[in-house]
Each structure stands twice: as structure tokens, then as C-alpha cells.
Design a protein around this ligand. Structure first.
Ligand SMILES: NC(=O)c1ccc[n+]([C@@H]2O[C@H](COP(=O)([O-])OP(=O)(O)OC[C@H]3O[C@@H](n4cnc5c(N)ncnc54)[C@H](OP(=O)(O)O)[C@@H]3O)[C@@H](O)[C@H]2O)c1
Length: 346
């Protein structure tokens, strides 16, 4: 029987690496995995992991693929000897964290070039063949933090691809995952901090502290996330979205439930600055009553499938938000001087 050909981007570490070796070592021996890397010099850890799981010969191959370069994407596709990819996993991505002002256009643009445009480049290159063959599956590593934007938008492709035989585009929505991702983010913005003002600096550090706590407490092992990818790959009728954790769903539902976003932003703000009464107070004053003025009526959106039924929206606002705030949305919640902290991710 022909093996399922899977091509994964971003396999030097983290989720991509774990997924690649998990599939290549599957007892069914039914997968041929092309693990692609931006830089083939970084493939050492992948092969170590493959050795540890005793991936059989021929189950795993590496290819160079930099999602920023459409020639490299096309070259990788041409090296797939089976002449087809049954499952495409768009996983490559990076993060960015820092005050918006000093971050610099280039830093933001480079993250979008990898996470958003890079994903589009890969889809543009691989989808035509799936459409021609009338079959294929696409999984995209997403993020609960970015759920309302970028990659979610692209994945509405699912609607258009369905009649063309490409059965699914699924987003695997991750919360924090214990990979190199956060460390890379933390290593990134410090040069930008020199160019920011004292208050922004302090706010940012409070936010960083909060984010690190969330990662420490909540980050999932990549293996847990890989299980969700397998569920999506094996589902006879895959859905558009799979959540790797239920921990952040109440926050997501709260955001959807509050179309104007004021109450949501205020609640996240209170959570981030819980240890700093002065900033918490400043944020509360800045946002006071805004939701009511905007006429932000709320409706219940609890879904028993997604976890416990939710409390009424106003009641939820009074509850502390223990999970991580949405980085992008949190930008709305910074009090006072208009400084903002943002992270752009999957
Ligand atoms: N970890 C989390 O908490 C978390 C949460 C939500 C979503 N995600 C998403 O999950 C995905 C995987 O991240 P991870 O947690 O496994 O982090 P990771 O260990 O840092 O893995 C990211 C991978 O993407 C690759 N990559 C970066 N730029 C690339 C490019 N231009 N072309 C090709 N590959 C590139 C990296 O390669 P290099 O090593 O060469 O840079 C690395 O292999 C990302 O899309 C991320 O946004 C992660």
C-alpha cells in the first residue's frame, strides 16, 4: 500500500521535529516524512530524535525549505520523489515580543514574512497539485493568541477547497508549548528596549514576567501537541480547528462574546497587572464604562463540547483570567501613554 507522504516545515526543533519523528516511527510504517528545515546544518537534533525512536530507513528525509524564499519552497517540492504530498504541515514560524514603538518595521515585517506570507508561499506552491489530484490535507500550526487574525483568515481557504477535493485545511491552535519558541522570542527584543521610555519599559517587564509565569505553568509538551496533529490527520472528516488545550477557550469565547473588545481588554489588563495596583487602576480608569457606551451587549456562547459551560459574560469578567492574555489584543489594554506590547505569532 502506498505510504502517506507528509511534508512538514520548520523541523529543526519543537513541534515540527516531534511531529516528523513521531510519524516516521509510527508502528504502521505508513508514512513517508519529508522534514524540511530552513538551514540543513541544523538537522542534528532531528536525526538524534529519529535515532532514539528507531525510525526505519527511508521513513524520514530532510530537505531545505525556507518559507521566505519561493524558489526554495518549489525546489523542496521537486525533491519529493513520490511526486505528490498527501499531507502538508505548515508549521514554520517565529515570535516577536516588545514595545511596538521601538520594535522597528523590519522586525515586524520579518515575522509577518515568515508566519503569514511564508505560509501563503507554501500553500501557493503545494495546493495546485492537491487540487489537480482532488485530494490532500493541510494542517497549519496556529496559535490561540492569534486566533482572530492572519492565519485564521487564510484558512478560510477551507471553504473554497472543499469542492476541489482538498478535504481539509485544519488549524492546530496551540497555547504555550515547551519548545525553543519562547526563548527565541525572549532573546529577540532587548535591543529595542534601549529606545523606549521608562514607563513602557516597566510595563513591558511586568508583561514579560506574566508571560513567563504562564509559560512556566501552562506550556504543553510538544508530544501532547503532536497527538492533536495525528487526530486531525486521521479524522475521516477533519474540522477547521483543533485546540491543543482547553485552558484558553474561555478567554477566546470571552473575546468573541465582547464584539467591541473593551470589557475583554479590561479583564486581561487586570490579570496582567494584578500585582501592580497603580497600573491596574490606571487601566481601569482608561477603560471605564467604554463597553457600555459602545453598546457591547453579550450573548452566551458556552459550548459543552469545548469544556464546561461558561458563566454569564459579566460574571466571567469578574473572574481572574488565569491563562495567558492574547498578546495582540493586550495591546488595547495598555494604560496611559499609548505604549503597546505585542507579539506576533502563528
Ligand atoms: N511554542 C509555543 O508556545 C507556540 C504557541 C503557539 C504557536 N506556536 C507555533 O508553532 C510553530 C512551531 O513553533 P515551535 O513552538 O515548535 O518553536 P520552534 O522550536 O522555535 O520551531 C520553529 C521552527 O520554525 C522554523 N523557522 C523559522 N523561520 C523559518 C523560515 N524562514 N523557514 C522555515 N522554517 C523556519 C525554525 O527554524 P530555525 O531553527 O532554523 O529558526 C524552527 O524549526 C510556529 O509556527 C509557532 O508560531 C508555538
Amino acid at each position: 500500500m502506498a505510504r502517506t507522504v507528509v511534508l512538514i516545515t520548520g523541523c529543526s526543533s519543537g513541534i515540527g521535529l516531534h511531529l516528523a519523528v513521531r510519524l516516521a516511527s509510527d508502528p504502521s510504517q505508513s508514512f513517508k516524512v519529508y522534514a524540511t528545515l530552513r538551514d540543513l546544518k541544523t538537522q542534528g537534533r532531528l536525526w538524534e530524535a529519529a535515532g532514539a525512536l528507531a525510525c526505519p530507513p527511508g521513513s524520514l528525509e530532510t530537505l531545505q525549505l525556507d518559507v521566505r524564499d519561493s524558489n526554495s519552497v518549489a525546489a523542496a517540492r521537486e525533491h519529493v520523489t513520490e511526486g505528490r504530498v498527501d499531507v502538508l504541515v505548515c508549521n514554520a514560524g517565529l515570535g516577536l515580543l516588545g514595545p511596538l514603538g521601538p520594535l522597528g518595521e523590519d522586525a515586524v515585517a520579518s515575522v509577518l514574512d515568515v508566519n503569514v506570507v511564508g505560509t501563503v508561499r507554501v500553500l501557493q506552491d503545494f495546493l495546485p497539485d492537491m487540487k489537480r489530484r482532488g485530494s490532500g490535507r493541510v494542517l497549519v500550526t496556529g496559535s490561540v493568541g492569534g486566533l482572530m487574525g492572519d492565519l485564521e483568515g487564510h484558512c478560510l481557504l477551507a471553504v473554497l477547497l472543499l469542492p476541489l477535493g482538498v478535504h481539509s485545511v485544519s488549524l492546530i491552535e496551540c497555547g504555550p508549548v515547551d519548545t525553543a519558541f519562547m526563548q527565541k522570542v525572549l532573546d529577540g527584543p532587548h535591543q529595542a528596549m534601549d529606545r523606549t521610555n521608562t514607563r513602557t519599559f516597566r510595563l513591558f517587564h511586568q508583561y514579560l514576567h506574566h508571560s513567563k509565569e504562564i509559560y512556566r505553568e501552562e506550556a504543553q509538551h510538544p508530544e501532547e501537541v503532536v497527538k492533536v496533529f495525528l487526530t486531525a490527520m486521521r479524522a475521516p472528516k477533519p474540522t477547521l480547528r483543533y485546540f491543543t488545550t482547553k485552558r484558553f477557550l474561555h478567554q477566546l469565547l470571552m473575546r468573541l462574546d465582547d464584539p467591541f473588545g473593551f470589557d475583554y481588554a479590561a479583564a486581561v489588563h487586570r490579570d496582567v497587572f494584578a500585582d501592580d495596583p497603580a497600573e491596574a487602576e490606571a487601566g481601569t480608569k482608561a477603560g471605564a464604562g467604554a463597553g457600555a457606551e459602545a453598546g457591547g451587549g453579550a450573548r452566551g456562547m458556552g459550548d459543552p463540547e469545548l469544556g464546561d459551560p461558561l458563566a454569564a459574560p459579566q460574571e466571567r469578567l469578574r473572574q481572574p483570567l488565569s491563562p495567558a492574555p492574547s498578546f495582540v489584543s493586550w495591546a488595547c489594554a495598555v494604560p496611559g501613554d499609548g505604549a503597546a506590547v505585542a507579539a506576533v505569532n502563528g
